[in-house]
Design a protein around this ligand. Structure first.
Ligand code: NAD
Ligand code: 89V
Length: 350
């Protein structure tokens, strides 16, 4: 591919989950992505990533943007830094992908979207669950019409896996499971059943060592009339544990889809039944139990690369992700008030 057609990638935040992004960008080299620079406040982490993946190391994002000609930056830091880093990218006319959760507050998410709009820069959120091989397959079955019109669903991320070992900061979050992983499952509910009219939510704190809610049960009415239940917990005690699988049941007018442990999808279509394994293949850099989540990073980054190059919005653009984040906001409000809540809406300034 000629140099002019290649895309120069920068990555900010070389921590725990970014290792998957680094591998994914490296795999995408054959498709025109060049990881040219990596940055972390912790210089040693940046140096280690730079050495392994053949990029230049920085410990200051502004210095990286000034010194390098970056087309697209992958922001893989924790949410508190997303607003400032996305603004820096926009200021330098660089497209940005921001890891989930978009930001700590609804107001900050809107700010990030409006800043990119003002600068005319491309913006997307790395919401990877809907890009996982298995979840794409579920959507393909729905799109094929095999289950008719989906009208009821339950989607659950229920685990007792020690997520705090790899991500110790989670134990300190006042808004925990809905904002950290419920957000992925709420996004899947939108992906499968469409936008949401209103919802109710109950939260619980069942683990002694965390500050926020570790369990949430959300019930939603979609615009289509469908009803869904979205469950997320870090406090389940089950053998075998399903981490990090999203288990689900989707019922429609002509059939149903059930995804159970071990990536097993069972489809009933007009009285006929079939079963399929929808797990992700293992790659050289992925391992169980994380492999589905890890492989989804590769598909997400590929989608971002292709849409960015085409000048088209990503499926999970900043604006799209506001609709997922609105469900998070509504869930917390519903849990606090005990009322049914309409998700907030962002109206673009013309
Ligand atoms: P982490 O703390 O391990 O890594 C973040 C890194 O960013 C750290 O090394 C830190 O030094 C660096 N950093 C922070 N501010 C910076 C700045 N201004 N400039 C440069 N570097 C900076 O965090 P993590 O567990 O890797 O999580 C990162 C993000 O990934 C979070 O938003 C988390 O929710 C998300 N995540 C997503 C998934 C998924 O499946 N999509 C899974 C796990 C984590
Ligand atoms: O997928 C995630 O976003 C992770 C974890 C699986 C721990 O929730 O934060």
């Amino acid at each position: 591919m000629p140099e002019s057609k290649r895309t120069r990638i920068g990555l900010i935040g070389c921590g725990f989950y970014a290792q998957n992004h680094l591998h994914a960008w490296s795999d995408l080299k054959t498709e025109g992505a060049d990881l040219v620079a990596v940055c972390d406040l912790d210089g040693a982490k940046a140096e280690a990533a730079a050495k392994q993946f053949g990029a230049k190391a920085y410990s200051d994002a502004r210095a990286m943007f000034t010194a390098e000609q970056i087309d697209l930056v992958d922001i893989t830091t924790q949410m508190n830094s997303h607003k400032a880093l996305a603004a820096l990218a926009a200021e330098h006319k660089v497209g940005a992908i921001v890891q989930k959760p978009f930001a700590p507050t609804w107001a900050d998410c809107i700010d990030i979207v409006e800043t990119a709009k003002r600068h005319g820069t491309w913006l997307a959120v790395h919401e990877n669950f809907r890009f996982a091989t298995g979840m794409r397959r579920v959507r393909a079955v729905i799109d094929s019409g095999a289950i008719g019109q989906p009208n009821w669903a339950r989607l659950g991320f229920r685990t007792g896996y020690d997520v705090f070992k790899g991500q110790p900061y989670l134990a300190e979050e006042k808004r925990l499971v809905i904002l950290d992983v419920g957000i992925h499952v709420l996004d899947l509910a939108r992906y499968f059943l469409g936008e949401v009219k209103h919802l109710t939510c109950e939260t619980q704190k069942r683990l002694p060592h965390v500050k926020g809610e570790d369990t949430a049960t959300v019930m939603m009415r979609h615009n289509s009339g469908a009803v869904s239940i979205v469950e997320s917990t870090y406090a389940a005690r089950k053998i075998p544990d399903a981490f990090p699988e999203t288990l689900l049941e989707i019922e429609g007018t002509e059939g149903s889809i059930v995804v159970g442990r071990g990536d097993k999808m069972q489809v009933t279509t007009q009285g006929i039944f079939f079963e399929e394994n929808i797990g992700s293949p293992l790659l050289s850099w992925t391992s169980r139990p994380w492999h589905n989540s890890q492989e989804a990073v590769l598909h997400t980054n590929r989608h971002m690369l292709n849409r960015f190059r085409a000048g088209d919005a990503a499926d999970t653009s900043g604006e799209d992700n506001l609709k997922t984040y609105a469900l998070v906001e509504a869930a917390y409000e519903a849990a606090a008030s005990g009322q049914s809540v309409k998700p907030p809406q962002w109206i673009a300034k013309s």
